[in-house]
Design a binder for this molecule. Structure first.
Ligand code: SAH
Length: 258
């Protein structure tokens, strides 16, 4: 083995949100294997001597399978010194980094993870809200609405009235998301915000509620949904519902029953 594989987070799109380490490695890479989510502006920072491989997967049109990508990383590490696996956001969040790491370990390839700004954080910044605003939230749940091939749904049993729920991959339309949140016991007037194309010129922020979500027009992908009392421009008005004003939070009430 001569090479090292760097699993690098490209952030949500704006190259200024890359870490200095990520930018430096892109400039020195011998080969870069990247996802569809990585922006052209970030790709432009890759060394012009580097080979660039698009392993991006768009719904239904898989260019390469995950197993093929794993094998490709190992084979590049046998012949190149700096191998970069570039993923949108952070590699460890819904990025299938786990499978790639396992293959690298099994093949005895050295690797390093370089974190990136995950879409949840980019979206909160775009909406100008704090995900853990202490007046109304005590925890964040990063989850997804996409279903596994077996049709299984995510377990949101731990959601309380002070949880900020961040839903990646909210699906083709919002009716089903809205329905599931309501069925789970979340109040129809609970605020939510849809943020699409974070950190790009097409960025859109749409304020809504769990109940109104079903009727919202679909924003273009990629998009994510932040649900919870923090997802409002008027957090101040909402705090009286479960904040006693003396610095004490009221006991979390379980909203979802699994
Ligand atoms: N590893 C990535 C997530 C990959 S899963 C990260 O850490 O951000 C893909 C999902 O991420 C998309 O369906 C969308 O929900 C979200 N996402 C990624 N980039 C985004 C962006 N620029 N704007 C809005 N959502 C984004």
């Amino acid at each position: 083995m001569i090479g090292k594989v760097y699993l690098i987070g490209a952030g949500p799109g704006d190259p200024e949100l890359l870490t200095l380490k990520a930018a430096r490695l892109l400039g020195r890479a011998n080969v870069v294997l990247h996802d569809a989510l990585v922006s052209n502006e970030v790709l432009a920072l890759i060394s012009r001597h580097s080979e660039i491989v698009d392993v991006g997967k768009r719904a239904g049109h898989k260019l390469l399978t995950q197993v093929e990508i794993n094998a490709l990383l190992v084979s590049y590490a046998r012949k190149r010194e700096i191998v970069v696996r570039l993923k949108g956001g952070d590699p460890s969040i819904f990025g299938r980094a786990g499978e790639e790491i396992e293959s690298l370990r099994e093949a005895g390839v050295e690797y390093e993870i370089v974190p990136g700004v995950t879409a949840a954080l980019g979206a909160a910044a775009a909406a100008g809200i704090s995900l853990t605003d202490r007046r109304v939230a005590s925890q964040i749940l990063i989850t997804t609405f996409s279903r596994g091939t077996d049709g299984s749904v995510m377990d949101w049993g731990c959601v309380t009235s002070t949880t900020t729920l961040v839903l990646y991959m909210p699906g083709a339309e919002y009716t089903e998301v809205s329905q599931r949140l309501l069925e789970g016991g979340l109040p129809a007037d609970l605020p939510c915000v849809i943020v699409s194309n974070v950190a790009s010129s097409q960025q859109k922020v749409r304020w809504s509620t769990v109940g109104r979500l079903a009727g919202e027009e679909k924003l273009s992908a990629p998009a994510l949904l932040i649900v919870g009392r923090v997802a409002s421009r008027e957090v101040e008005e909402l705090r009286s519902t479960f904040w006693d004003g003396e610095g004490k939070t009221l006991p979390p009430q379980h909203l979802l029953v699994s």
